[in-house]
Design a protein around this ligand. Structure first.
Ligand code: SF4
Ligand code: SF4
Length: 260
């Protein structure tokens, strides 16, 4: 079988997915029998621009410069796979999405630097699919090594990645944990993609949604329940969009009438 040409590109994020790939150990060497990595800035210095069969994208898009780069990558890639919650949903950097004053926050971190502002043209964090067509998604914060390897194996065999369709609550039940929501603790397990093994609730900590929103999440139901428990709408919005980004904001917009 001819080796597929692959690239790994990173935008705004913590580089967690690149580290997960590098941490695949012996499995990574098996993978390299099947793919040829043409671009992977964290791992190699000889990176070339080529027509690529599979490109993995990490991180969210937060500047005009990145937007242009992403669009350019799309032109020479046959398939784009968003890896990690930032690339899939916008990531934790979307925690203040929609709130005015982000420019001030940007300046607080980077200084009142007009030159930098003009060069970067920053904007609020957006997932990759805001700008280009994404073929597949592998969420997680960071993504799970096994799920990554399994997904790549399926892609190389011409199949779409198989992602868990159930929420964190399902894994939590398998572990026979007591439900934190019943104790009035705002756990986002019902709204969040499974795959992490319900790590946080297993340690009595509420899920903060770091694997991103699950499709068909019943946001209205959890929202109503937490309002009844005494949480304010502002607090809930902040919690839900922390990792849910644009996708969660869309869900919240849709349920606005239902939860009034
Ligand atoms: S503790 Fe959280 S993840 Fe576990 S069942 Fe309750 S809501 Fe779901
Ligand atoms: S925050 Fe939720 S999705 Fe993230 S690791 Fe904890 S339980 Fe899993």
């Amino acid at each position: 079988m001819e080796k597929k040409k692959a690239g790994i590109y990173s935008f705004t994020g913590c580089s967690g997915e690149q580290l997960v790939i590098l941490e695949c150990g012996a499995k990574l060497f098996e993978l390299l029998e099947l793919i040829e990595i043409k671009s992977f800035l964290m791992a190699q210095s000889n990176n070339e621009k080529a027509i690529l069969d599979i490109v993995f994208l990490e991180g969210s898009i937060t500047t005009k410069k990145q937007e242009k780069e992403l669009k350019e990558i799309r032109t020479h890639s046959k398939m784009l796979v968003a890896i990690g919650t930032c690339a899939c949903f916008g990531g934790i950097q979307s925690m203040n999405l929609g709130e005015p004053g982000w420019k001030k926050r940007f300046q607080k971190v980077y200084g009142d630097n007009d030159k930098l502002f003009k060069a970067m043209e920053p904007f609020e964090s957006k997932p990759c699919d805001t700008f280009v067509k994404i073929d597949y998604y592998i969420p997680g914060c960071p993504m799970d090594k096994e799920q990554f390897l399994h997904s790549v194996a399926r892609i190389l065999n011409g199949n779409p990645p198989y992602l868990y369709k159930f929420p964190v609550c399902t894994e939590c039940k398998w572990k026979e944990n007591d439900c934190l929501l019943l104790k009035g603790i705002p756990c986002l397990g019902p709204l969040t993609r499974g795959g992490c093994g319900a790590i946080c609730p297993s340690y009595n900590l509420p899920c903060v949604g770091c694997w991103g929103p699950i499709e068909e999440a019943n946001v209205a139901s959890e929202y109503k329940l937490l309002i009844e428990k005494g949480y304010s709408p502002q607090e809930l919005q902040r919690k839900m969009r922390k990792f849910g980004g644009v996708t969660m904001m869309e869900y919240l917009k849709k349920i606005k009438k239902q939860v009034k």
